[in-house]
Design a protein around this ligand. Structure first.
Ligand SMILES: NC(=O)c1ccc[n+]([C@@H]2O[C@H](COP(=O)([O-])OP(=O)(O)OC[C@H]3O[C@@H](n4cnc5c(N)ncnc54)[C@H](OP(=O)(O)O)[C@@H]3O)[C@@H](O)[C@H]2O)c1
Length: 302
């Protein structure tokens, strides 16, 4: 029966492709125009890596930026550079996204500083891991990952939504990962958070589709940031950053996708194809993912 479904899918695929194109064009027309100048943008995880570079990209275009992360000193460093690059206003609010009260304070400060305007929310703060499941003595790492990568995202989104809904053509942009598209070994807990994020924001995308809030899911592959340094666990395997995308390129692609109001942005060629292959050839796809992961991880413990 599976083969019959595959045959039907391949035969009707040109028609499906054209229908998809029509949906895509309709969405992009609704999202235009969206100049970056003067936009109010809130970025979580702005003290480092991808979030930091997103802030610089908006700063270059004269936006007004709210920076959130836990380390105040790092936020001040990013704030200074944003001002040098041309940001109209910058507000730094030290925030742990896992703490509801701190998130409430972040949104309250944003509301006061920008008269309830919020054009784009980047839910980007995150942590990773890097060991096989059986290496963990208890599940505290799994709970922390869920707290930051999943509840941290939905808590900021929940509190920011009233502002986003009253700002025309606003955006929510979520930094997921290719680990939110495939089960990657040594990343069980991380994958779980990124799959949860995907489920949540795809549902929210549907809820908000006719309400003027564009939700974009972003799935980067390896990006050169500090993520290897903050991996949870006792001897996590680092991601090999040879050939990885720079955080600046990643941020530029994300901002472009935000302007276009895209449904999603998958950043690696392999996973772009994988999105299509997964349903048709699941066993082959799983083999490719396993082999890719072996190449991508530098096993510290070996
Ligand atoms: N680098 C990659 O290869 C890659 C690939 C796919 C997806 N991603 C995703 O990209 C996002 C950004 O990561 P990155 O690669 O840019 O790593 P990074 O350089 O380590 O940045 C992570 C950011 O998250 C913040 N953060 C961590 N825990 C937080 C918390 N509890 N509350 C508030 N902020 C918190 C950190 O700031 P503080 O420490 O100051 O709080 C930092 O600004 C993550 O969601 C990650 O899963 C990364």
């Amino acid at each position: 029966m599976e083969n019959v479904y595959n045959f039907i899918s391949v035969t009707v695929s040109p028609v499906l492709f054209m229908l998809n194109l029509a949906c895509k064009v309709q969405r992009r027309l609704k999202a235009r125009p969206w100049p970056l100048e003067n936009k109010v943008v809130l970025i979580t995880g702005a003290s480092s890596g991808i979030g930091e570079e997103i802030a610089y990209e908006y700063a270059r275009h004269g936006a007004r930026i709210v920076l959130a992360a836990r380390r105040e000193q790092e936020l001040q460093r990013v704030e200074l550079k944003c001002r040098e690059l041309g940001a109209k206003e910058v507000l730094s609010v030290p925030t742990d996204v896992g703490d509801e009260a701190q998130v409430a304070n972040l949104i309250q400060k944003t509301r006061e500083a920008f008269s309830s305007q919020l054009d784009a929310l980047y839910v980007n703060a995150g942590l990773s891991m890097g060991e096989p499941f059986e290496a963990f003595q208890d599940l505290s790492v799994f709970r922390t990952l869920m707290e930051v990568n999943y509840f941290g995202c939905i808590s900021v989104t929940h509190q920011a939504l009233p502002l986003l809904k009253q700002t025309p053509q606003s955006r929510i942009v979520v930094t997921s990962s290719v680990a939110g598209l495939a089960g990657i070994p040594s990343r069980t807990g991380y994958c779980a958070t990124k799959f949860a994020v995907r489920g949540f924001y795809e549902a929210l995308q549907s809820e908000l589709y006719d309400q003027g809030v564009f939700v974009t899911l972003v799935y980067p592959g390896a990006v050169v940031t500090n993520i290897n340094a903050t991996r949870l666990g006792s001897g996590p395997a680092d991601l090999d950053m040879k050939g990885a995308m720079t955080a600046e390129t990643c941020a530029k692609l994300m901002v472009k996708a935000t302007k276009q109001g895209r449904k999603e942005l998958v950043m690696t060629h392999k996973f772009k194809l994988g999105r299509m292959w997964e349903g048709m050839v699941p066993d082959l796809w799983a083999l490719l993912v396993r082999r890719g992961a072996k190449k991508a991880f530098k096993e510290k413990s070996q």
